[in-house]
Design a protein around this ligand. Sequence first.
Ligand SMILES: Nc1nc2c(ncn2[C@@H]2O[C@H](COP(=O)(O)OP(=O)(O)OP(=O)(O)O)[C@@H](O)[C@H]2O)c(=O)[nH]1
Ligand SMILES: [Mg+2]
Length: 320
Amino acid sequence: MIFNLPQLGWKPCFQQQISPEEENRSYPARIAQIHRSHCIVWSNKGIETFEIGVFSDPKDMAVGDWILIPNGGERPLRIFERETVLVRKAAGQRKHDQLIAANVDTLFIVTSCNQDFNASRIERYLALAAEARIRPVIVLTKMDLSDDSDSYKNEALKLQNDIRVECVNAEDESSLAALKTFCTKGHTIALIGSSGVGKSTLINNLTDADQLTEKISEEDGKGKHTTTSRSLHLLQDGGILIDTPGIRELKLTETESGIEDTFEDVTQFLGICKFKNCQHETETGCAIKTALESGELDLRRWESYQKLQGEQEQHYSFKK
Ligand SMILES: Nc1nc2c(ncn2[C@@H]2O[C@H](COP(=O)(O)OP(=O)(O)OP(=O)(O)O)[C@@H](O)[C@H]2O)c(=O)[nH]1
Ligand SMILES: [Mg+2]
């Protein structure tokens, strides 16, 4: 299969990174899959496989990255500077950050109209998107299994000004029309969320992909981490989707400004207390306390903001 570059999301900001000499001697390709020892790339030469270790540490590469390959060469030359990148703190004891996907334009934050829906968790994803300067869309799947999808939608709409929220039945292609409007030619969309919410089902029904999907457990409604690696998928009418494995717990890396942007309803009350060093606990003239009491500020939002900020502080002190 031969791809044309605009269809793969090639943009002027990448073209600018190629010198005229390189233009004659090499070609760009987009990373569609990364495996332990090799990656699969797509370009106007077709689909190719390259060993990873010889040109980059796998930890420094992400699905969605553009790389430069010399004509007829066996090893890529370099990874292009990214326009955007989604990064999370690695799970468990691992210290390095983990790249989720690169050069993403829109993030579909996928959750379901059931017990998976969790406002504070969605706020983490919103902060991640804001930090990366990627437009978020909240996608609520399984509306067909819920009597109350509108109330989930209303809760989601409260999480950010002007946030787009779409309720869908991921298994029914006819309910995905609104999502397709984001999938324009050359536009890259990553799907992210817990296991079992229907990310791969959405990809299968938006494209010709055949991603493995798995029935979720009846008792807890949870999936079993069916997708194990990230991958690129093309839509027939344009648009590129990135499937990702389910995330159990999203830990944020440096996301301070993303958090500030996501919590403007909270930050508007910061810095205006009577005392500069107000801890927002028992001090008089505390703007936060007053806003909480008057109902202008939602307690859950305040607590969620504090939790994420606390994690940021821990993150920085850990790095020192
Ligand atoms: N009825 C209904 N079932 C859905 C919907 N979305 C997903 N499912 C089902 O939920 C199960 C899990 O879907 P997947 O697409 O495998 O979930 P996933 O998010 O890719 O999960 P991981 O790969 O583990 O991260 C499958 O059996 C889907 O058919 C929906 O909107 N309605
Ligand atoms: Mg999946």
